[in-house]
Ligand binder design. Structure first.
Ligand code: PMV
Length: 355
């Protein structure tokens, strides 16, 4: 008997230009384009196995060993349905000898090797791994950008985790969502010197989910309109150019400014949303001072912080600076005081400070 099963894994990505706001909540179409770096290493990955079998009576999913409900019309159901549709259209309709996997139910097991929903983009890697594993299972002859159209409907930021390196999510303009997809700006090998340091300030589940936070921001923030219309389009062009030219000063300036504006927009929401805490803000102060001293000495920016919908810092920096930054962090935020939980570096290899 043939077993139809496939496993795929996908890493998280951390945005330098943040996605925040939907113009279509069902199709997950964003109010602005965004750009991220995929943290392609062993930490922070989701690994997903999918299996199709004619004896299965319904689609089922287990997340970290616990069964999760697949709600009718929900995001998981949408991704699975769209993948089955692609299987039928791209494989079974074209070659009638192919097994009709699109008619079988699937069982899906997914595992995150890091805390779920703690501002570490678990939904991005989770939906990207889900879509990738189904794409393997169904032997789909389609591009990563085509798959990104589907993972986007699971979690917006998941569309960017289908590529490694530097990735843009083009917001598109078609109401169907057919042009709202991820594209590679440059592979990681283009600029391997950029490393990411993750400071896990807290691994608690976040207070306001990105879905409800975004909705409230779209409904109430005037600053968001300014950001969408007057700020992000130019930043997208400038940061893409900075990446292509390996211009770290511009990359760092834009990344930090965009993180600040995203958190300003969260604060401009009614009622306000706070994702950062005192430790997050203290880490910003350390990086600002570190950069100030270097700029004054004529050596430019040394590091860039960015924060998603949670208190954890991601610090992008050239590899040569990572050791020094870790030394600052452990000096200013000693672990005995429990001020942060973990620091590890990606691209660079390995965990630097254990729990
Ligand atoms: O894709 P979501 O719904 O998890 O939203 C992600 C939003 C941010 O992480 C804050 C920004 C981004 O572009 O990843």
């Amino acid at each position: 008997m043939t077993v139809y099963q496939a496993t795929a894994s996908a890493p998280v990505n951390i945005a330098c230009i943040k996605y925040w706001g939907k113009r279509d909540t069902k199709l997950i179409l964003p109010t602005n384009s965004s750009l991220s770096v995929t943290l392609d290493q062993d930490h922070l990955r989701s690994t997903t196995t999918s299996r199709a079998d004619p004896s299965f009576t319904r689609d089922r999913l287990w997340l970290n060993g616990k069964e999760d409900e697949i709600k009718d019309g929900g995001r998981l159901a949408t991704c699975i349905r769209e993948m089955k549709r692609l299987r039928k259209e791209e494989v079974e309709d074209k070659n009638t000898d192919e097994p009709k996997l699109s008619t079988y139910s699937v069982h899906i097991c997914s595992y995150n090797n890091f805390p779920t929903a703690a501002g570490l983009a678990s939904s991005a890697s989770g939906f990207a791994a889900l879509v990738s594993s189904l794409a393997h299972l169904y032997q789909l002859p389609v591009s990563a950008s085509t798959l990104s159209l589907i993972s986007r409907q699971g979690s917006g930021s998941a569309c960017r985790s289908l590529f490694g390196g530097f990735v843009a999510w083009q917001m598109g303009s078609d109401p169907s969502g057919s042009d709202s997809l991820a594209v590679e700006v440059a592979p990681q090998s283009h600029w391997p010197d950029i490393h990411a340091l993750i400071c896990v300030v807290s691994d608690d589940k976040k207070g306001t989910s990105s879905t409800s936070g975004m909705q409230r921001t779209v409904e109430t923030s005037a600053l968001l309109q300014h950001r969408i219309n007057n700020v992000v389009p130019q930043r997208m062009k400038d940061i893409e150019k900075a990446i292509l030219e390996k211009d770290f000063d511009t990359f760092a300036r834009i990344t930090m400014a965009d993180s600040n504006q995203f958190h300003a927009v969260a604060l401009d929401t009614e009622p306000p949303i706070f994702y950062m805490n005192d430790v997050s803000r203290a880490i910003i102060a350390v990086i600002v001072e570190y950069n100030r001293l270097s700029i004054e000495a004529g050596t430019g920016y040394k590091a860039a912080y960015t924060y998603d919908a949670g208190p954890n810092a991601v610090i992008y920096a050239p590899k040569a600076n990572i050791k020094e930054i870790v030394e600052f962090i452990v000096t200013y935020f000693p672990q005995e005081e429990n001020s942060f939980k973990d620091v590890f570096s990606l691209f660079g290899g390995g965990r630097l400070v254990g729990k």
